[in-house]
Design a protein around this ligand. Structure first.
Ligand code: ADP
Length: 680
């Protein structure tokens, strides 16, 4: 303990060691804060000398008065609680200048073992440099951020400037565009001028070649005397003169043949008034060799105006239209003749105007429809007067002409609009093409056929009555013949029964004939109607063959081929057609020859053909065989009886079924008559 005590440093030494500390150090005691000790560092802080030792701090360092330090020191002395401060600012007098310093310092309360205060140990580190450095840093940072701000602002300004620049750039570009546009326009104008120039020289050359090559006659008559300054070849030709005859001469002198004609006066008038004159189809007599010829010309006399605005001459253009005019006049004569013919024949004429969709009818047509000649009649009004049963047929025929260019040829009765009388007419027409690409015109004539129709009707009525009257006795005769035949067979009288069979066959033929006449009459009166029913065609063919064989055994009748087809048609009428074709085949081919029937069907159409090995039909007769009462006249047919109505009836019946009938034939080899029927 002693050792320990002996080795302990005395107070003075301790203080001296403390005085060497790098940190500023001072020791205070008492309530007045007497500076017991202060090392050099502290003394230099204060900016004093060692004389401060032993003095109260406020006395030694008066600058501290009013600063926070003294009360703090007193507080530590009085309370014994250490006070620590970081970065305290102190204003100190350094060589006569008050400066601010920054310190980190501790006022440490040093106590005796009994707890009473011994002293206050003051250590301080000068952090002025650090603080100032940080401050500078801060200032720098602030500067930087200000700078940044400025930069930002500058940037924004730049941006704004850029926008403005762009705007002015655009403006510049626009101005540029405008300039380019103006430039292009200038170029165009220049081009136009060039073109105009070219055109001017072109029109000059065109005029020259026009003058020289024109089909039109052109002459330049100069001055009041109309001196012929220039005249082209076509006009010389019209004038009937040569260039030498006329060039340089006054017009009146050059062409004396015009003296009593209107040309000179008209030209004078144009020269005097300056008003052009147009002449259409002017009739003149012009020089042609030693005589004059009749000429028609279209001409224009135009005044030539000089730079002073005065008439200096006349330009005459002349077109010789003689041929055209004469042709037209001729046509007009022909038309007039036709008109007279049409009128005297009481033909009505009409046309359908495709542009206005109007019917243009002559007075006669209107009359036939029962209208007054001078009142209007539309197509609808005309159609309404057609008798109802025929109206659709007429409209269909008109459509067929307009749409399919068919010949329009129809007969129909009209009920007169005002008088209510029934008149029969035949209308005939077709499409006419103008040849200029315009729509064709549908036109034609209308003829009153009432008398003929009445005649026909009377004839048909007569045939119907006669046929009917003939049928009754024939039926009786047939009945008795059959009775007699039965009796003869019973009595085994072969001769008698054969004779009676022949009579019966003849009666049958006659019945058929009368039936045909009745059919024709009925057909024409529109009284034949179809009674359709489904039936098997091959069966019908067998029946017809059997019947034909019973009437005549002179030929070999065979069914070569028959498809089994059911057809919906009028069975009796089709049987009539087949029987007719069979009987013709027998009638018009030599005895013993083959007659062959075939029945096929394909693509919804049934076809029945009857082929014979007979005399055949010449090509020019073939299309007419199906006309009413048509018979081929030759030495072969002379001996064969008939009226020429069988095929006509066949054709009508097939047509009513919407089928077709026809013939293929070679003279001397045979014929094939066929008909087709649509399979529904
Ligand atoms: P028809 O036999 O009563 O004279 P059709 O109307 O049946 O009347 O025949 C018209 C004409 O057609 C006949 O006159 C005849 O000249 C000719 N013809 C008809 N069928 C044949 C045939 N199979 N071969 C040659 N000619 C025929």
């Amino acid at each position: 303990m002693e050792n320990h005590k002996a080795s302990r440093l005395d107070d003075k030494t301790l203080l001296e060691i403390l005085a060497l500390s790098q940190d500023a150090t001072a020791i205070y005691t008492g309530d007045d804060i007497i500076i017991e000790m202060a090392n050099d560092k502290m003394i230099s802080f204060w900016g004093k000398d060692r004389s401060v030792i032993g003095k109260p701090v406020l006395e030694a360092v008066p600058e501290l008065r009013g600063q926070e330090f003294f009360p703090l020191m007193q507080q530590v002395w009085r309370t014994g609680v250490t006070y620590e401060a970081r970065k305290a600012a102190a204003s100190l007098n350094v060589r006569g200048v008050i400066e601010t310093f920054y310190f980190e310092f501790i006022y440490r309360a040093i106590k005796r073992p009994d707890g009473s205060m011994l002293c206050v140990l003051h250590t301080a580190t000068d952090v002025t440099e650090q603080v100032l450095g940080r401050q500078r840093l801060q200032e720098k940072e602030e500067e930087v951020s200000t700078l940044n701000r400025h930069l930002n602002e500058a940037n924004n300004e730049l941006k704004a400037a850029a926008v403005e620049m762009r705007a002015s750039n655009n403006e510049l570009a626009n101005t540029n565009d405008k300039l380019e546009h103006t430039n292009a326009e200038l170029l165009r104008t220049q081009k136009n001028i060039l073109q105009l120039n070219a055109q001017v020289s072109l029109s000059e050359s065109i005029f020259r070649s026009f003058f020289e090559q024109a089909a039109l006659g052109i002459a330049w008559l100069n001055g009041p005397n109309q001196v012929i300054e220039a005249v082209n070849e076509p006009l010389l030709k019209i004038w009937g003169r040569t260039l030498n005859d006329v060039l340089g001469k006054p017009h009146r002198e050059a062409r004396p043949e015009l003296e009593d004609q209107p040309v000179f006066d008209l030209l004078d008038k144009v020269y005097q008034t300056g008003i052009p004159k147009v002449n259409t189809e002017m009739r003149l007599f012009l020089k042609s060799g030693d005589t004059l010829r009749e000429v028609f010309v279209n001409s224009v006399y135009s005044p030539i105006i000089n730079a002073e605005g005065k008439v200096s001459g006349v330009l005459a253009t002349v077109d010789d239209v003689t041929d055209r005019v004469k042709e037209r006049l001729q046509r007009e004569v022909l038309q007039e003749q036709l008109r007279v013919t049409v009128e005297s024949a009481e033909l009505g004429t009409w046309y359908f105007d495709g542009k206005t969709n109007e019917l243009v009818a002559s007075p006669r047509v209107k009359e036939l429809f029962g209208f007054y000649a001078d009142e209007p009649m539309t197509l609808d009004q005309a159609i309404a007067q057609i008798q109802e049963d025929y109206r659709e047929m007429v409209i269909a025929a008109m459509d067929a002409t307009v749409q399919r260019n068919r010949i329009y040829d129809v007969e129909y009765p009209i009920v007169g609009y005002h008088d209510g009388n029934v008149r029969w007419v035949k209308a005939f027409g077709q499409l006419y093409y103008a040849g200029d690409g315009s729509a064709p015109q549908f036109s034609g004539v209308l003829i009153d056929i009432t008398n003929r129709k009445n005649e026909e009707n009377r004839k048909n009525d007569f045939i119907a009555i006669v046929s009917h009257e003939l049928k009754t006795p024939l039926t009786t005769a047939k009945g008795f013949t059959q009775l007699l035949k039965a009796k003869a067979q019973k009595a085994e009288d072969t001769f008698l029964s054969n004779s009676l069979l022949k009579i019966e066959q003849q009666i049958e033929k006659m019945t058929m004939l009368i039936k045909s006449f009745l059919d024709v009459a009925r057909l024409e009166a529109g009284k034949i109607q179809l009674n359709k029913q489904p039936f098997e065609m091959s069966e019908l063919l067998s029946e017809c063959v059997t019947e034909a064989r019973s009437l005549s055994q002179s030929h070999e009748l065979i069914i070569a081929h028959a498809d089994v087809v059911t057809i919906n048609a009028d069975r009796d009428k089709i049987a009539q057609v087949v029987s007719n074709l069979l009987s013709n085949a027998i009638k018009y081919s030599p005895k013993g020859k083959l007659v062959e029937i075939t029945c096929t069907h394909e693509a919804g159409v049934l076809k029945v053909s009857v082929r014979d090995e007979g005399m055949g039909v010449k090509p020019h007769d073939q299309p007419r065989l199906f006309d009413r009462f048509y018979r081929v006249e030759s030495k072969h047919t002379l001996t064969i009886s008939g009226f020429g109505i069988g095929l006509y009836l066949c054709a009508e019946i097939i047509q009513m079924h919407n089928g077709q009938i026809g013939v293929e034939s070679k003279v001397g080899e045979g014929s094939t008559f066929y008909f087709t029927l649509p399979l529904e």
